[in-house]
Design a binder for this molecule. Structure first.
Ligand code: FAD
Ligand code: PHB
Length: 393
């Protein structure tokens, strides 16, 4: 079956869904094609911290109600090292806060809003192919959930299909430049039915490796441990996880870890990755399709949001008055913020993790840096300003 739309969107993650929502508000038609089922996308546990700019855009576009009811406003974080916690106060240092609200909740809100507004999301698609991105009429071909072949002719394609998607490889290899760093460790994350270990997040640098305590609600904890890059989740029993977490949180004023049933457990590799340019012909990449940050700075989803904000504004300008200035500047505009965010995420990762090849000198440098960041107003402010989010593009 053939159909058409203005912007064809590949992927119903935060990037694709928010783009479709923003385009709708600007009177621009879009269709989202997603390989997964709706329930899968809505239950996928990933990021949890929204920058103030992300909160603002969700709120301004009618998505704030449940977020404000269920999200947890955080005014600071703790950095824990040498067995002691020191607080970074975002309100005092940067005049802003962050919101702890799971990515899957944002995704649920976005899907509900799109469907309520008559939005077209094709979940459960297969054999997705994008064609003609250097022609005037690109298209998305796929089989729908019933196995029926579909073809959607588009003015533009938004590649919001994540790191393993099909859109980025459409950019010819002699045009696409990849900048990448793979870290020699991963994050083991659990979701547990247990009260948060602390009211605010604790990022811990410990001899045995990094640990992070976060949360999703007053009864659900989200907890992470640095593990070896090759670790299999089967090697990490619940008991081993809790024991290791306690060991890494050891020292003075030990945070109160209350064990509870583990609802979900997974390992995430750590990578810094940027693909340039983010536009090729009528294809625009956004979010993880174009860049990956290690999660230590809590930036992945926020960066996806800032990309699509720029892209939606550029499409609005194009359709409203025929100007392509925003579309032509899209890649450059986004990449400026992407690289600053890459820098922050790399820095937090470097400061807080145990690198396998590190020397005693490196370990002391990390502690010196943490001491500086938590005792110098200027250094703490740098961290706070980045954590709450640099200005949107
Ligand atoms: P995605 O959320 O990846 O969405 C892409 C969508 O495209 C998916 O729904 C996918 O099914 C779909 N898709 C893929 N291929 C196709 C295709 N061929 N056709 C159609 N659809 C397709 N960040 C944090 O800050 N903290 C975390 O704890 C954290 N944990 C993470 C854990 C994992 C396993 C991953 C992968 C990422 C994590 N992130 C985390 C990063 C953050 O979740 C991402 O930055 C965010 O999801 C980016 O949104 P996106 O819409 O660009 O991509
Ligand atoms: C989370 O709650 O999932 C989370 C919080 C902070 C991070 C990464 C993940 O830096």
């Amino acid at each position: 079956m053939k159909s058409s739309t203005q912007v064809g969107i590949v992927g119903a993650g935060p990037a694709g869904l928010l783009l479709s929502h923003l385009l709708h508000r600007a009177g621009i038609d879009s269709v989202i094609v997603e390989v997964r089922e709706r329930a899968y996308v809505e239950q996928r546990i990933r990021a949890g911290v929204l920058e103030q700019g992300t909160v603002d855009i969700l709120e301004e576009t009618g998505l704030g109600e449940r977020m404000h009811r269920q999200g947890l406003l955080h005014h600071g974080i703790f950095l824990r090292f040498g067995g002691r916690s020191r607080r970074i106060d975002f309100n005092e240092l940067a005049g802003k806060s962050v919101m702890v609200y799971g990515q899957h909740e944002v995704v649920k809100d976005l899907i509900a809003a799109r469907l309520a507004a008559g939005g077209d999301i094709r979940f459960g698609a297969s054999e997705v192919e994008v064609e003609g991105v250097t022609t005037a009429r690109p298209s998305i071909r796929f089989r729908d959930a019933d196995g029926v072949a579909q073809e959607i002719a588009c003015d533009y394609i938004a590649g919001c299909d994540g790191f393993h998607g099909i859109c980025r490889p459409l950019i010819p290899s002699d045009v696409l430049r990849i900048y990448e760093r793979v870290y020699p460790f991963s994050w083991l994350g659990i979701l547990a039915e247990s009260p948060p270990v602390s009211e605010e997040l604790i990022y811990t640098n410990h001899e045995r490796g990094f640990a992070l305590v976060s949360m999703r609600s007053p009864t659900i904890s989200r907890l992470y441990l640095q593990c070896s890059a090759g670790d299999d989740v089967a090697e990490w029993s619940d008991e081993r996880f809790w024991n290791e977490l306690r060991a890494r949180l050891g020292g003075e004023d030990v945070p109160d870890v209350v064990e509870g049933p583990v609802l979900q457990k997974g390992i995430t590799p750590m990578r810094s990755f940027v693909a340039e340019p983010m536009r090729w012909g009528s294809l625009f990449l956004a979010g993880d399709a174009a860049h990956i940050v290690p999660p230590t700075g809590a930036k992945g989803m926020n960066l996806a949001v800032s990309d699509v904000r720029v892209l939606a504004a550029a499409f609005a300008e194009h359709y409203a008055n025929g100007s392509d200035a925003g579309l032509d500047a899209y890649s450059e505009t986004c990449l400026r913020r992407v690289w600053k965010t890459q820098r922050f995420s790399w820095w937090m990762t470097s400061m807080l993790h145990r690198f396998p090849e590190r020397s005693e000198f490196d370990a002391r440098l990390q502690l010196g840096e943490l001491d500086y960041v938590t005792s110098s107003h200027a250094a703490a402010q740098t961290l706070a300003e980045n954590y709450v989010g640099l200005p949107m593009n």
